[in-house]
Each structure stands twice: as C-alpha cells, then as structure tokens.
Design a protein around this ligand. Structure first.
Ligand code: ZN
Length: 227
C-alpha cells in the first residue's frame, strides 16, 4: 500500500493544491494528514473543504484544536495567537464541525499517525532532535510513528533491536527547514521505503492572501524563505 503522508497545511490552499497534484501523479492508495489543516494561512475553510473532498484521513493538530478550544492559548506566541484568533473568527460551522471531530491519532497497517508525540499526543510536545526522540520510542508499540508539528522533515531511528522509527513528514503550508517548497512523504508499506517529496507552489499567492486578510506580515514573509 502506498500512503501519502501530509501535515501542517496551515490554511495554505495554493500549496495544498500543488501537493495533491503531485500526490496523484505517484499513484498512491491513500492520503493521510497529521493535523494543523488551519492556522497561520488565509484559506482555512477552503483547506478543510479540500481535505474532505479528497477523502483524506486526518488527525487533530494543535492549531485545529485551538480553532474550537482556548485551552492552549497561553502556549502560542504573539503572532501565532493573532492567527489563531483570526482563524476562529472566520471558520464556517462545517469547518468547525470537521475539526472538532478529528481523532488525536489513528493506525493504518501497524503504523501510528499523530500530530506531535506518541508519549502524550494531546500535550503537543515537539520532537526536535534525537534526544527528544530517544524518550519517545518506548511509548508506542508500532514499528513506525509518523508525526508533524515541527515543520521540519526528518527520520529518527531507535538504537533498540526493534529498530523503530519516528518519521516527521514536514509541512505543506509553512516549511521551516529553509526550503520554501511544500513537503510531503510517500510511505510504501510493502517495502517499508519512505521518500520525501518537495513541491514548488506559487508562494506569492499564499503570501498575498495572508497580507490581504490582515494577518501578521511575518506569516507571509516566512513562506518565501521557508523558516
Ligand atoms: Zn503546525
């Protein structure tokens, strides 16, 4: 089974559309999303609609949760909170209904899929480096756990004989690894092979939408550099 794993769309419709075209060209069997469909970008409702129409299985992200719950507001920085509040004010009832029903994690063929960390998925912890990853491997029984959240694509491997992996699939809508192209991962469950794919998209469109919406200009600027 070929699974396209996408994450952190963040209301960036221009990037999502280009990635879905790329995904389609690879003849995959299933698309899954690891959360943060909304937040930061100017097209949250359109992104939710596209995720739904494409039949994408989706997990809850911290920005998705923030759209319907203020419980983590104190953890967002000023710019992020401004975007959260902007998003809250514009989400349509259908979008809110979709986001509020997303599961915190799901399993497909022995693999675990979630937004942040397997040890406590609802705490929105970040697995940034191998030291963070080392404390996570014993907290899930699956051979592979796919995550998003940091917007930096990376594979962490355990040193244990089971050779577990934590795979961060990067971000579609706001990459932060100094590469502005949208990122997604192709997982072939038969061979176990994981490939990262980068997709160019019209960054200018997404940036102009952010500026025209009155969102913080930094959220537009960072898209050009991928930080
Ligand atoms: Zn995110």
């Amino acid at each position: 089974m070929k699974i396209a794993v996408i994450s952190d769309i963040h209301g960036n419709l221009a990037a999502l559309e280009k990635v879905l075209i790329d995904v389609e060209s690879k003849h995959i069997d299933k698309i899954v999303c690891l959360g943060d469909v909304v937040g930061y970008g100017a097209r949250p409702n359109a992104c939710v609609k596209r995720v739904r129409s494409a039949g994408i299985t989706c997990a809850l992200g911290n920005h998705d949760e923030a759209a319907f719950s203020p419980r983590n507001d104190q953890y967002f920085n000023f710019t992020a909170l401004e975007a959260v509040q902007w998003t809250r004010g514009r989400l349509e009832p259908e979008s809110l209904g979709f986001l509020s029903c997303l599961p915190i994690s799901f399993e497909i063929q022995d693999c675990l899929f979630l937004h942040s960390s397997p040890s406590n998925p609802a705490a929105w912890l970040y697995i940034v480096n191998r030291f963070d990853a080392a404390t996570e491997f014993d907290t899930f029984p699956h051979p592979i756990c796919f995550v998003g959240h940091t917007h930096v694509p990376r594979i962490f491997k355990s040193k244990s004989p089971q050779k577990k992996m934590i795979v961060n699939v990067g971000s579609i809508g706001q990459p932060r690894d100094n590469d502005p192209r949208a990122c997604w991962a192709l997982f072939d469950s038969a061979s176990g092979k994981i490939e990262f794919h980068r997709v160019e998209y019209p960054v200018r469109i997404a940036a102009e939408e952010i500026l025209n919406a009155g969102l913080p200009p930094l959220l537009a600027e960072r898209l050009f550099a991928g930080f």
